[in-house]
Design a protein around this ligand. Structure first.
Ligand code: SF4
Length: 511
């Protein structure tokens, strides 16, 4: 028997104890764990002949007033002192789970906040149906839409619709987690876990680029770190900077894979009084001064495949204003690539040293570009049985969330709940405390989730009244799988969850 299987033999549901080993029932794997060892996910262990959750429950501490300095307690074990306001928020990080879902959530915590009796129900959800949406700020072409994205050689997602100046990936989901081979499911789970815990992950796109993605950090594309995201499309760039170029150069072309802009033809240029230049762009004209498909997408200028911008120009037309000496600026949408030309006697553009008078305008484009970052949003559904840990009548929770009576958070971070059926939520992983996400080898991701609502609303939706405990009691006595607790400062941007919304839900208050 190898070390791993010795650590967590799995069995059918049955006895709580097999020989010297205890059964963990916090997920469907149901490991039998020997004393002093942990189970397959390393989240639960058998210590002192008791199954315990190995990580401490994370309790957030909020300052007295919004904007006041936060008190950093890091991950130090809580010393029993009630600190600051007593306004703590018990997150689901380290709390344990409701699996197999017949029992109430691990912690149902009551607390009075500004005269409102609130209840927060916390649990670590097991998400077999979850994924991440990744936004990569780059002009560069990463791969065709629908191209397969791989990690460790396994398919873990696909390229999806680009959004404005960013490339988008859709990773994970039930088909990759459970619908493919074992190694596909494992690679998908590992990829999601690393991304959600803000770790770097290398992804390869079929027929496209290799990109290292890390939440909140610049993407690294084919070994090169990206620095800036585009200021806008080529047409928008013309609109924004047309006045800066007036009188300094006769023509400006902003090279862009999506919409290449030409100032003399563009509406903005016309209004500003730019003269015709007889330029011809090799691309599909959309509207005056706006061209699509000047090249194939790639890693070149403005997300095109070209390294020589003259490749997108046809012959110049003398009858429409072209003349020897006419000056031309070509620039990309990030201002990182630029070149200056003048037409010779044969009306051919010849590159000249870049004139000082144009440096400021090109610098302005660069200055207006925001830093290129990767954004990772965890997407999960608090559907099915997870809701049963909150109320005996699960659909009531869904209605309460959509009715804005229940405020949902992930590790204390605010979420966006999709309209429509179920509780499908998205959260920016950079707003979630470090190390909040875990996994189980079914495979599925484990994510903290908290539901906060007024106590009277909680009781009205069929909540577990007998299991409500005061925050002081929770901090003092812990719970079923309790190990220890850590008090951490709340992340600066995250409001104390209920205050924003639940005040609105007070009877008689205006929305
Ligand atoms: S994988 Fe983890 S949660 Fe699941 S039974 Fe084993 S130790 Fe418990």
């Amino acid at each position: 028997m190898n070390e791993l299987s010795e650590r967590f033999e799995t069995h059918e549901a049955g006895d709580r104890q097999a020989g010297e080993k205890l059964r963990c029932d916090a997920c469907p794997v149901m490991c039998y764990i020997a004393e002093g060892r942990t189970g397959a996910c390393d989240r639960y262990g058998n210590f002192g002949n008791r199954i315990v959750r190995c990580d401490p429950v994370r309790v957030l501490d909020y300052a007295v007033e919004r904007g006041a300095p936060l008190v950093p307690f890091g991950d130090e074990p809580w010393d029993g002192e009630l600190v600051n306001t007593g306004r703590h928020f018990v997150t689901a990080i380290g709390s344990g789970t409701t699996y197999p879902d017949y029992k109430p959530a691990p912690f149902i915590v009551s607390q009075e906040v500004e005269g409102v009796d609130l209840v927060t129900v916390v649990t670590e959800g097991i998400f077999s149906y979850c994924g991440v949406k990744v936004k990569i700020d780059t002009d560069r072409h990463l791969g065709l839409e629908t191209a397969t994205v791989r990690a460790q050689g396994e398919a873990v997602g696909h390229v999806t619709t680009g959004e404005y100046g960013s490339q988008m990936l859709s990773l994970g989901g039930v088909h990759h987690l459970t619908g493919g081979s074992k190694s596909e499911g494992r690679a998908t789970c590992e990829t999601l876990l690393e991304l959600c815990n803000k770790k770097p992950v290398e992804l390869t796109i079929d027929g496209g680029a290799t990109v290292v993605v890390e939440a909140g950090k610049p993407p690294v594309i084919d070994g090169q770190a990206e620095h800036r995201m585009r200021v806008g499309c080529g047409s928008a760039t013309i609109g924004m900077f047309g006045t800066q170029w007036r009188g300094l150069v006769d023509e400006v072309v902003v090279v862009d894979d999506h919409i290449t802009g030409v100032v003399s033809e563009h509406q903005a240029g016309k209004v500003l009084g730019w003269e015709d230049t007889g330029i011809r762009i090799l691309g599909r004209k959309s509207t005056p001064g706006r061209y699509f498909k000047v090249s194939e997408p790639g890693l070149g200028w403005g997300g095109t495949s070209i390294s020589d911008p003259l490749a997108i120009l046809g012959d110049w037309n003398a009858k429409k204003g072209a003349r020897p000496g006419l000056s031309l600026l070509m620039v990309s949408t990030t201002g990182e690539q630029f070149a200056y030309y003048e037409l010779d006697e044969a009306l051919k553009p010849v590159e000249k040293p870049f004139p000082e008078r144009l440096r400021k305008s090109v610098g302005l484009i660069e200055d207006n570009c925001e830093p290129a970052l990767c954004t990772v949003l965890f997407v999960g559904g608090a559907g099915g049985s997870l809701r049963a840990g909150v109320t005996e009548n699960p659909v009531n929770l869904t209605r309460s969330v959509h009715g804005l009576k229940t405020y949902v958070t992930v590790g204390g971070a605010p979420v966006y709940v999709w309209p429509g059926g179920g509780i499908t939520l998205m959260v920016d992983v950079t707003r979630v405390p470090d190390g909040a996400f875990g996994y189980v080898p079914t495979p599925a991701l484990v994510a903290p989730i908290e539901f906060t609502l007024r106590k009277d609303d909680y009781l009205a939706l069929g909540g577990y009244e007998a299991d409500i405990r005061s925050i002081g009691d929770v901090l003092a006595r812990g719970g079923e799988y309790f190990n220890e607790r850590a008090v951490a400062a709340a992340m600066a941007d995250n409001p104390w969850p209920p205050l924003v919304q639940l005040r609105r839900a007070k009877p008689g208050s205006s929305p």
